[in-house]
Design a protein around this ligand. Structure first.
Ligand code: ADP
Ligand code: MG
Length: 599
């Protein structure tokens, strides 16, 4: 490079280019236009907001937002399109007490920089007869003047990205863009049940909410009343914040977190940290790859929320984040613990009608009726299993005089067992409950292992130490786990290159006749891919519970089954196993009657 001192390489960008660059941050896609304009309408105190989308086969053609908010004066209507023009803050200190959704003064300028905008507005309650019309194209004001207009504001946006072909090329299919608009509006509607929203695409009504003081009405309007049936109320307060709203019963879960909608101070936000906290509140009630549904509203001291993190304002930064996140988990956990969470079996009768035509299915696992004689084929397995089961049940038996947990669990009586896997029971109100005997015993054992405090004696020495051979790789993994295992009562000692001596095992495993259980546990431990959210102690606990529990396929006597059911009453969360699968299912009498077409 020559003449570096005489040729200037740097120049200042012209205003139009600056605006287009800035616009890129705010207006990513058509849905951003909807978001910004709807938020402006909310900030203007609208009670009713209407969104009209028109489209061609391929793309969205126009977006119109109509509100009955404050409206703007003729001069404000023009000024509103200038970058950084806002009525919502004046000084930087104001950022700590922002109560409006907007404050950066960027949206209208940004939208107008990349499209053609026609704004019509008239001030509310001033008796002023006429309104103002402003037409802006690619950031340049083309026309201003008087016009007839109802009170409030009406913004029409056309030709989005007409002057930014690169951005336009990146737009997805029309349907994807409309789906984004839906998603954004759902969040906004739930954050503002006090406002009525109406969305139309090509004159077809898509989404309508009514003004209501109750968020539940809004949820029902958007997602249907079926969802509402399976929601649980959440209510939780700390001195500087309040959490309220609804979460789903564990039976209503989803593959992703898209139905976790959070509003902080009436701003719909997305936060993976909060989503995680909610999931954590479910603990073992949900499998690790499932997410609940949640509609939660947080009201926090505005000084603790920094909304100025990103131009779209969808991300927020929270002071005292740890406390807030913990409170979220606690709120969810508490709401869940207050419930009878046995999922109702909801089988639609049609399924049975369809099946009726097919050949009868032979059920390999007959129902064992304890009141009748035991079929000879299973008598042997019955006997050998019984002693082992007795021992396992004794391990989880609690001292008499303990008070059962206050989970809303119905009193149940055992009526049979199916295939050595499911216990059949009835409740006082005549419901049929199917209980997975392994899953429920696993849950009981799991809670008992957890409940043991650190000082308590967890270990029982084996009279004859058990020798464990492992591959070299497994030996290395196991070596790292020795201290954690010792904490839970497993005392293992290295014995040569790839061998361990098992000297003691957890008390909860009882008197072990069959040491293969230990081998199985260690195999689980070294083979299982550690899950990030589960710590080593939790993993060990789950493995002990799983391997120590009565196995599926074990035929239990009626007395044993009844004992097991009795033990459930002492579990904090009897409704799922430690892996989040259900432990029981309930068929109500009504359901059964419907299935049999009695009603
Ligand atoms: P911000 O919302 O951050 O202030 P905008 O560019 O979105 O920035 O809007 C600029 C200003 O225009 C707002 O501060 C507000 O005074 C006015 N305005 C925008 N939309 C409306 C509306 N629908 N009703 C009344 N005033 C509006
Ligand atoms: Mg705004």
């Amino acid at each position: 490079m020559k003449n570096v001192n005489t040729v200037s390489a740097i120049h200042i960008l012209d205003q139009a280019t600056v605006c287009q660059i800035a616009a890129g941050e705010v207006v990513e896609r058509p849905a951003s236009v909807v978001k910004e304009l709807v938020e402006n309408a909310i900030d203007a105190g609208a009670r009713s907001i209407r969104i009209d989308i028109t489209s061609s086969v391929k793309e969205i053609l126009s977006i119109r937002i109509t509100d009955d908010g404050s409206g703007m004066s003729p001069s404000d209507a023009v000024l509103a399109f200038t970058p950084h023009a806002t009525s919502k803050m004046t000084r930087i200190d104001d950022l700590h007490r922002i109560h409006t959704l907007g404050f950066r003064g960027e949206a209208l300028a940004s939208i107008a920089a990349v499209s053609r905008v026609t704004l019509k507005t008239r001030l509310r309650n001033t008796g002023q007869g006429t309104g103002t019309k402003v037409l802006v194209e690619g950031g340049k004001i083309q026309e201003t003047g008087e016009t007839g207009a109802p009170e409030g504001t009406n913004v029409l946006v056309e030709d989005i990205f007409f002057n930014t072909p690169a951005r336009k090329k990146f737009q997805r299919s029309k349907n994807t863009e409309i789906a984004h608009i839906h998603a954004i509006l759902e969040g906004i509607c739930l954050a503002h049940p006090e406002i009525s929203f109406r969305l139309y695409t090509d004159k077809n009504e898509q989404l309508v909410t009514d003004r209501s003081p109750r968020i539940l009405d809004t949820i029902a309007r958007i997602y249907g009343s079926d969802v509402v049936k399976d929601l649980i109320m959440v209510n939780w307060s700390l001195p500087f914040m309040k959490i309220s709203g609804y979460i789903s019963r564990p039976s209503l879960s989803r593959r992703d977190a898209s139905r976790i909608l959070i509003a902080i101070n009436q701003r719909y936000v997305s936060s993976t940290i909060i989503n995680g906290a909610i999931k954590e509140g479910y603990g073992t009630l949900l499998p690790k790859d499932r997410f609940p549904i949640a509609f939660l509203t947080l009201v926090i001291d505005t000084g603790l929320v920094d909304v100025n993190v990103h131009p779209t304002k969808k991300l927020v930064r929270l002071s005292r984040e740890k406390e807030i996140v913990r409170a979220m988990s606690e709120a969810v956990k508490t709401a869940l613990l207050s419930l009878d969470l046995i999922p109702d079996v909801d089988v639609s009768p049609q399924i049975f009608l369809e099946d009726a035509g097919k050949e009868a299915v032979t059920v390999p696992n007959p129902v064992y009726d304890f009141t009748g004689p035991v079929p000879s084929g299973i008598r042997d397995s019955l006997h050998s299993g019984t002693i082992m089961t007795d021992r396992q049940l004794r391990q989880t038996e609690l001292p008499t005089g303990m008070v059962p947990m206050d989970a809303k669990l119905p009193v149940m009586e055992v009526i049979g067992q199916l295939g050595g896997i499911y216990i059949l029971a009835t409740t006082e109100s005549g419901e049929l409950v199917l209980i997975d005997q392994h899953a429920i015993h696993e849950r009981i054992l799991y809670e008992q292992v957890i409940a043991r405090t650190a000082g308590e004696h967890r270990s029982q020495e084996l009279i004859v130490p058990f020798i464990l051979h492992r591959t070299l790789q497994e030996t290395a993994i196991l070596r790292d786990l020795l201290p954690a295992l010792a904490q839970e009562g497993f005392v293992l000692e290295e014995f040569g290159r790839d061998t361990f001596l098992v000297r003691a095992i957890p008390v909860v495993l009882g008197k072990l006749e069959d040491t293969s259980i230990i081998d199985e546990m260690v195999s689980d431990l070294v083979s299982e891919e550690p899950v990030r959210s589960v710590n080593t102690r939790e993993r060990i606990t789950r493995i002990i519970a799983c391997r120590g529990a009565i196995k599926a396929g074990t035929v239990c006597t009626q007395e044993q089954s009844q004992r097991l059911i009795q033990q459930i009453r002492y579990a904090k969360n009897p409704f799922t196993c430690p892996h989040g699968r259900p432990t029981m299912l309930r068929f109500s009498r009504t359901e059964l009657d419907i299935m049999f077409k009695r009603s």
